[in-house]
Design a protein. Structure first.
Length: 284
């Protein structure tokens, strides 16, 4: 997944409306309009760098005349003192883009760093760590890109590209079979080419799922690693398998060793510390 330029352009327009409003009056009042300058993106933390390509596009969207020289690409392991890139051009434009580019990169780098930690615990297994929909509203496309940069995988993007039948859906529908039958009918009637995944809370619910042929994926919710191993054995390769629910850095490898295909972790995006980055400018 690469960030769509049209989506980024819409995001930048809204962000500038929020931040700049009717003008950056500080820059307008203190710096002549034609001053040219240079700035460097300084890393002040250890982690995985993310958002470089996005930031480069942000600068170009705000002012096509800005030139960005990339020194470190997305996914690079960084430490304090590293320089990610240099940007040259109109100082007003650099200052207008500064906070937006930094906010995006700090958030994305924090997510990539967290994801990298989880992914490292899966080395030697077939399991991949997944993100969830526990993202910042309107920033999901950037946060999910950061997960990929950190070595994770993306789950569904939203409610429209996969049917994920969770516990509330099952309960409101009157059970596993009712929920699956209605989902399958809906998918067929509307000509949708999207997968169906269903969450199970017990082996009884899993047995009911396995009696239904038209399901693509099953999620084991709040199972122990031992229970996941048994569930994976029951599935026996018939469905894609996923473990979810309270899985931590300390327990994720146990779930991976249980043989599951995917492990979803909301903490990749919902409670991340941003990486400390700074844009330092100088006059050319």
């Amino acid at each position: 997944m690469a960030v769509e330029l049209s989506k980024l352009e819409q995001f930048v327009a809204l962000a500038l409306q929020e931040d700049v409003g009717n003008g950056d009056h500080t820059s307008l009042s203190t710096i002549p309009a034609n001053v040219q300058g240079e700035a460097k993106l300084l890393v002040k933390d250890e982690g995985i760098l993310a958002g470089v390509a996005v930031a480069k596009n942000i600068f170009h969207i705000i002012d096509p005349g800005l030139q960005v020289e990339v020194a470190l690409e997305d996914g690079a392991e960084v430490k304090p003192g590293d320089i990610a890139f240099y940007v040259q051009g109109n100082v007003h434009s650099i200052l207008k883009a500064e906070r937006l580019a930094l906010n995006v990169m700090q958030r994305m780098s924090g997510i990539a760093t967290r994801t990298h930690l989880y992914a490292a615990h899966l080395a030697g297994t077939k399991a991949k760590v997944l993100d969830t929909r526990k993202t910042t509203p309107l920033l999901r496309f950037l946060e999910k890109e950061a997960v990929l940069i950190g070595g994770g995988a993306n789950h569904r993007f939203g409610l429209y590209d996969m049917m994920l039948i969770k516990d509330n859906h099952v309960d409101y529908a009157g059970g596993i079979t009712n929920a699956l039958t209605r989902a399958q009918t809906y998918r067929s009637t509307n000509g949708l080419a999207i997968p169906i995944e269903i969450e199970v809370r017990s082996f009884k619910e899993l047995e009911e799922v396995l009696e239904n042929a038209a399901v693509d994926r099953v999620m084991f919710d709040n199972f122990t690693p031992q229970e996941v191993a048994k569930a994976v054995e029951m599935v026996n390769g018939r469905l894609v398998t996923e473990a979810s629910g309270g899985i931590t850095l300390e327990t994720i490898r146990d779930y991976a060793l249980a043989g599951v295909d995917y492990i979803s972790v909301g903490a990749l995006t919902h409670s991340v510390k941003s990486l400390d980055l700074s844009l330092k400018a100088k006059i050319v």
